[in-house]
Design a protein around this ligand. Structure first.
Ligand SMILES: Nc1nc2c(c(=O)[nH]1)N[C@H]1C(S)=C(S)[C@@H](COP(=O)(O)OP(=O)(O)OC[C@H]3O[C@@H](n4cnc5c(=O)[nH]c(N)nc54)[C@H](O)[C@@H]3O)O[C@H]1N2
Ligand SMILES: Nc1nc2c(c(=O)[nH]1)N[C@H]1C(S)=C(S)[C@@H](COP(=O)(O)OP(=O)(O)OC[C@H]3O[C@@H](n4cnc5c(=O)[nH]c(N)nc54)[C@H](O)[C@@H]3O)O[C@H]1N2
Ligand code: SF4
Ligand SMILES: [Mo]
Length: 660
């Protein structure tokens, strides 16, 4: 029996592999033996015929790929690096990479090639939360753990559909509910998560800042904030208090689309709850005001003092299995390594640790910026930006201009592969080993369960081959993931609060390591939390007479994003219909659309065909299309949050036509 961990979502369930089948690990505290349909079918995805098994190369994207050798492919990449300016090189990584993969790619890019253009798809996912945590708490630090729900009285889920996106955590929520936890769900859709709520608030998309500001205002006005805590531990209270004197309460409530009765019912529950956790995911992060939405939510915890105490706090639910590990290593272009930035002192520390003088002082390009920067070489690993970035027609035009696109993928049917020149076959989950950090700082180890397919290599090894080709043999001579993890452990000592040197690589699959367990205070220089006054500036794309609907996009339980690992012929039969668009019966009636009708959804940027699913679960004038529809981003707008540069995927204006 081998103990490993699921490689899909940020919950990070323990899994046991026995002879040839996978089951949940009953001794693992997070999932207590439970796994969802994705976790249990990890092995099926390794066996699909769409695996990428050989390096492939072509000169032009119109040509067919020809099978190549590792040596030839790596030498082509090495030459491209040598023959271009370092600022013209980009690495596009993924929150699904293991910590060791991330470490090698980051060390190579930022440390030795000398470009900080190393970013990750976490930009599209968690960067609003990262920025807000840093601003308010002083570091990208999740100040509580999932198990806290068992010590809490109220869980607020805002823009998070745990029933489909964090399935096993959702089971735990249901269990906690049985012992008294109250649940409030805030979402424009009556999701499966909303169905278990004590109070469901069908808020209008994009109005979360108004909602959380209303809470903060009431805490202050009714003298319910924690005075002692605020006085001792919080900055900017007077400023916030003064600003809140003048906010237009009625207008704010109106913007949320909620009635005052709905808000009052919620407020009564909120007021009497001693311990409160607020959780959020893409409904807040993916917005042109994603950071401000996060700050508005965190403000409520700073005011009420419900933070750094059991059963309390702002719990961001990270999506990907190792988005946290990536953030810790330094996978975002706005971070150098181990949560250190590009200030002189940090660069000095990191340069000394890596023994390099190549680190650039300027912040790197972010995910979307890399496409706009006329790069000469873009290396994309474990993610599919042509599929996942907003305004896809524009992305396709931009990627076509990059002379060399390298894609490292374990499967051959990504959308990005249509635009790559070189593709390199990676070993997927089950064929490799390494560590990941789940959404609440638990470091675990994925184990190798089966032999590596011929010609596939773990992602870290591919980056190491490129490093060696460039002459950095001495700095990149790791024999296995254990050696990489141990170097990374030493590096975490450069940043006091991040030190994970106590963890033992060998023990990790039996005993997960939780970092930052002792942190019970703010990590700002003055050790105080920061309040920020934020307002709903209505920056998302506006609906109009021509485009009257707001398009929401999101997950379905059994599919993983583009579906290379889950949308497989052998598993399809069991799963629900994927080609659907939720629309309210009143809107459907006006358009003469019936359940199952083919409809064309058009935005200012593109269109797609799908089938109507007529349901009262969605607000009027709002529609929902799942992201497993690979064409989704032809529709979405490319507005970004100005600080986090995370896209506003959730709020595009669209129109609908029935196709006869
Ligand atoms: N099955 C499955 N699970 C996954 C994934 C997957 O692909 N498949 N992906 C993983 C990843 S990477 C991520 S990031 C997470 C995402 O996890 P979630 O964010 O929980 O998943 P989404 O379906 O994107 O849900 C976002 C919810 O926000 C709501 N929403 C949209 N706009 C607003 C708004 O303005 N305000 C509020 N309050 N709500 C709004 C939507 O209706 C939707 O229900 O899931 C992870 N888990
Ligand atoms: N409209 C809209 N767009 C969105 C979102 C949304 O909610 N709405 N969500 C955004 C978010 S939160 C996210 S996280 C992104 C996700 O978007 P992506 O990261 O593009 O989605 P995936 O399908 O998970 O892509 C992972 C890729 O890695 C490959 N792969 C699998 N295993 C391995 C391996 O071991 N090694 C390597 N090298 N490759 C491997 C898979 O085949 C797949 O091509 O989408 C973003 N885009
Ligand atoms: S809940 Fe997440 S980590 Fe757990 S089995 Fe499902 S996909 Fe895997
Ligand atoms: Mo994500």
């Amino acid at each position: 029996m081998i103990r490993s961990v699921c490689g899909y979502c940020g919950v990070g369930c323990g899994i046991e592999f026995d002879v040839s089948k996978l089951i949940g690990d009953v001794t693992y505290p997070i999932n207590e033996g439970k796994v969802c349909s994705k976790g249990v079918s990890e092995l099926i995805s390794i066996q699909t015929s769409t695996r990428l098994l050989r390096p492939q190369v072509r000169k032009n994207i119109e040509d067919a790929y020809a099978i190549s050798s590792w040596q030839k492919s790596i030498s082509l990449i090495g030459n491209a690096v040598k023959n271009t300016d370092k600022d013209k090189i980009g690495f596009y990584l993924s929150g699904q990479l293991l910590t060791e993969d991330y470490y090698i790619a980051n060390k190579l890019g930022k440390g030795f090639i000398g470009t900080n253009n190393v970013d990750t798809n976490s930009r599209t996912c968690m960067s609003s939360a990262v920025t807000a945590y840093k601003k308010s708490l002083g570091a990208d630090f999740v100040p509580l753990r999932m198990e806290d729900i068992f010590k809490s009285d109220l869980l607020i889920l805002a823009g998070a559909n745990t029933a489909e996106a964090h399935v096993v955590f959702h089971n735990q929520i249901k269990k906690a509910k049985k012992s008294g936890l109250k649940i409030v769900v805030i979402d424009p859709r009556l999701t499966d998560t909303a169905k278990i709520a004590d109070i469901y608030l069908p808020l209008k998309a994009g109005s979360d800042i108004d909602f959380f500001n209303l809470i903060s205002k009431r805490l202050i006005d009714e003298d319910l904030y924690d005075k002692e805590f605020v006085e001792q531990h919080i900055n900017n209270f007077e400023l916030l208090k003064n600003k809140f004197k003048r906010v237009p309460v009625t207008k704010m409530l109106k913007r949320t689309g909620l009635s005052s009765e709905q808000f009052e019912e919620f407020w009564q529950l909120y007021k009497k709850s001693k311990n409160i956790i607020s959780s959020w995911t893409m409904g807040l992060n993916q917005s042109s005001q994603g950071v401000d939405k996060n700050l508005a939510l965190i403000n409520t915890h700073l005011l009420s003092g419900k933070i750094f105490k059991e059963g309390n706090g702002p719990l961001s639910l990270t999506g990907q299995p190792n988005a946290m590990g990536g953030r810790e290593v330094g996978g975002l272009s706005t971070v150098l390594a181990v949560h250190l930035g590009f200030d002189e002192k940090s660069i000095k520390k990191v340069s000394k640790f890596w023994n390099t003088d190549k680190i650039d002082t300027k912040v790197g390009l972010t995910a979307t910026q890399m496409f706009e920067a006329n790069l000469d070489l873009l290396i994309i690993c474990h993610t599919d930006p042509v599929y996942h970035l907003p305004n896809r027609h524009k992305v396709e035009e931009l990627i076509k201009k990059i002379p060399m696109v390298v894609e490292i993928n374990a499967y051959e049917n990504s959308e990005t592969s249509k635009f790559a020149h070189i593709r390199l076959p990676a070993s997927p989950w089950g064929e490799k080993e390494g560590t990941q950090t789940n959404l609440d700082r638990t470091i675990t180890k994925q184990m190798k369960l089966t032999r590596t397919s011929i010609d596939c290599k773990p992602d870290w090894e591919i980056f190491q081959l490129i490093a060696q080709e460039l002459g950095f043999e001495k700095e990149f001579c790791f024999k296995n993931t254990k050696e990489i993890f141990e170097e990374y452990q030493q590096m975490t000592k450069l940043n006091d609060y991040m030190d994970i040197s106590e963890a033992s690589y060998d023990a990790l699959s039996d005993t997960p390591f939780i970092w930052g367990k002792k942190i019970k205070n703010f990590l700002t220089p003055d050790k105080k939390g920061n309040l920020f006054f934020v307002e709903n500036k209505l920056l998302s794309e506006k609906v109009s007479l021509e485009y009257p609907f707001v398009l929401l996009t999101g997950r379905t339980r059994d599919q993983w994003h583009s579906g290379t690992k889950t949308n497989l012929p052998m598993t399809l039969l069991k799963y629900k219909e994927l080609n659907f668009c939720e629309i309210h019966p009143k809107d459907a009636e006006l358009l003469n659309v019936k359940e199952g009708d083919t409809i064309k959804v058009t935005s200012r940027r593109g269109e797609l065909l799908t089938k109507a699913l007529v349901t009262e679960s969605i607000r009027e004038k709002t529609i929902f299309i799942p992201i497993s529809n690979r064409e989704i981003n032809y529709l979405t707008n490319d507005l970004l949050d100005r600080e986090s540069l995370q896209p506003d995927y959730n709020h595009s204006a669209v129109k609908i036509q029935k196709i006869e």
